[in-house]
Design a protein around this ligand. Structure first.
Ligand code: AMP
Ligand code: TRP
Length: 333
C-alpha cells in the first residue's frame, strides 16, 4: 500500500533549535516518517520576508538541516530539502497570489503581529504574501496531513480555502490538506520565566536550552532554573510553574510519567531534581549535537543529502505545477 503524503516546514532562522522545538515538533516528525511519505522543507524563501544576513542565512540553513538529520530524520525515508532548490514553490505561489483576495490576505494575524513589531511601513510585500507561499509549499505535495503548531492553524485554513477555490474554478487539482495540530503534551516553558513558552526570542538566554548547547552550558542553565520556596517536588502548573516545567521536561525526555518521577524523588530537594533533569537532557541532546557538528564538518556530504531531497521534491512539485498550468490554460512548451 502506498503511504499518504505529508509535508511540513521550518524557517532556517536560528543557529540552533531549542528544546521546545525538539520535544514539541521534531520528535513527532521523526515518529511520523514511518507511516507517511514525508517531505520536510527548510523555508529559506520565507526567511527573507524579514531582513537576513546572507552569511548567517547560509549557515543557519545548513545547521537546521544538520540538526534534523542528527535527531533522526532519515533521508532514505523522507525528503529533507531547501525550498529555493525547488523553483515550483515560487511559481505556484504566483498563481495562488492571483486567486487570493486582498482582504483575505489582510486578515492573517501572523502578518499583523509581525508587521506591528517592525512597523507597518517597514514590512515587505513578501511578508504580506507569506501565507500564500506557504499554501504553495503545501499544495505542491498533495499531502493529506500537515503537522504544525497551533499558531499555524489560520495559514492552514487559508491553504484549504485556496485549494477548494482552485478546484472549483479549474477542476480537481489539489488534495485538500488537513492540519494536524501537534500535541501540546510536550509544551516546554522558559527556565527563567516558567509561565512563558520556551522560545528563541527569550529575554534571557539562560531560559532557553539549545540543541547545540555544550553539556556544561545545559547543566548551568538547568541549575539556575527558577523554582519556588516551598521545597516540595510536586507537579502544580498554576502554583509551581518552575518545578512543574522541570518535571514536564524530565517526563517528555525519559517517557516516564510525572507521577512516577514525583514518587522516585519524594523527600528530596530541588538540587536533586535539577541534577537528574540535566543528566537526562544531556544524555538525549548531546549525541544530537555531536552528530550535527560532524555533519557540518562535511558540507559536501550534507549538501548532497539536501540535493537528493530536492530531487525527490522536484519530481512531485513539477508534476503538480504542470497540471496547474494546464488547468489555467497556459500554452505548454
Ligand atoms: P517555532 O520556533 O516557533 O517556529 O516552532 C516550531 C515548532 O516547534 C512549533 O510549531 C511547535 O510545534 C514547536 N515548539 C516551539 N516552541 C515550543 C515549546 N516551547 N514547547 C513545545 N513545542 C514548541
Ligand atoms: N510558517 C511556518 C512557521 O512559521 C513555516 C512553514 C512554511 C510551513 N511553509 C510551511 C509549515 C508549510 C508547514 C507547511 O512555522
Amino acid at each position: 500500500m502506498t503511504k499518504p503524503n505529508l509535508l511540513s516546514g521550518m524557517q532556517p532562522s536560528a543557529s540552533s533549535l531549542h528544546l521546545g522545538n525538539y520535544l514539541g515538533a521534531l520528535t513527532q516528525w521523526v515518529a511520523m516518517q514511518k507511516d507517511y511519505n514525508a517531505y520536510y522543507v527548510i523555508v529559506d524563501l520565507h526567511a527573507i520576508t524579514v531582513p537576513q544576513d546572507p552569511k548567517e542565512l547560509r549557515e543557519n540553513t545548513r545547521r537546521t538541516a544538520a540538526q534534523y538529520l542528527a535527531a533522526g530524520l532519515d533521508p532514505e525515508q523522507s525528503a529533507l530539502f531547501v525550498q529555493s532548490h525547488v523553483p515550483a514553490h515560487a511559481q505556484l505561489a504566483w498563481v495562488l497570489n492571483c486567486i487570493t483576495g486582498f482582504g483575505e490576505a489582510s486578515r492573517m494575524t501572523q502578518f499583523k503581529d509581525k508587521s506591528q513589531k517592525g512597523g507597518a511601513d517597514n514590512s515587505s510585500v513578501g511578508l504580506f504574501t507569506y501565507p500564500i507561499l506557504q499554501a504553495a509549499d503545501i499544495l505542491l505535495y498533495q499531502p493529506k496531513s500537515v503537522p504544525v503548531g497551533e499558531d499555524q492553524r489560520q495559514h492552514l485554513e487559508l491553504t484549504r480555502d485556496l485549494a477548494m477555490r482552485f478546484n472549483s474554478r479549474f477542476g480537481d487539482t489539489f488534495t485538500i490538506p488537513q492540519a494536524q495540530i501537534l500535541k501540546e503534551t510536550a509544551k516546554i516553558y522558559d527556565l527563567q520565566v516558567p509561565t512563558a513558552k520556551m522560545s528563541k526570542s527569550a529575554a534571557d538566554p539562560k531560559g532557553l536550552i539549545n540543541l547545540m548547547d555544550e553539556p556544561a552550558v545545559i547543566t548551568k542553565k538547568i541549575k539556575s532554573a527558577v523554582t519556588d520556596t516551598d521545597g516540595e517536588i510536586r507537579f502544580d502548573q498554576a502554583n509551581k510553574p518552575g518545578v512543574s516545567n522541570l518535571l514536564g521536561i524530565y517526563s517528555a525526555i525519559t517517557g516516564k510519567s510525572v507521577a512516577e518521577i514525583e514518587a522516585s524523588l519524594s523527600g528530596q530537594g530541588y538540587g536533586s531534581l535539577k541534577s537528574e533533569v540535566a543528566e537526562a537532557v544531556i544524555a538525549t541532546l548531546d549525541p544530537i549535537r555531536v552528530r550535527a557538528l560532524e555533519l557540518l564538518e562535511d558540507k559536501g556530504e550534507l549538501d548532497s543529502l539536501l540535493a537528493k531531497g530536492a530531487k525527490k521534491a522536484n519530481e512531485q512539485a513539477e508534476a503538480t505545477l504542470a497540471l496547474v498550468y494546464d488547468r489555467l490554460g497556459f500554452v505548454r512548451p
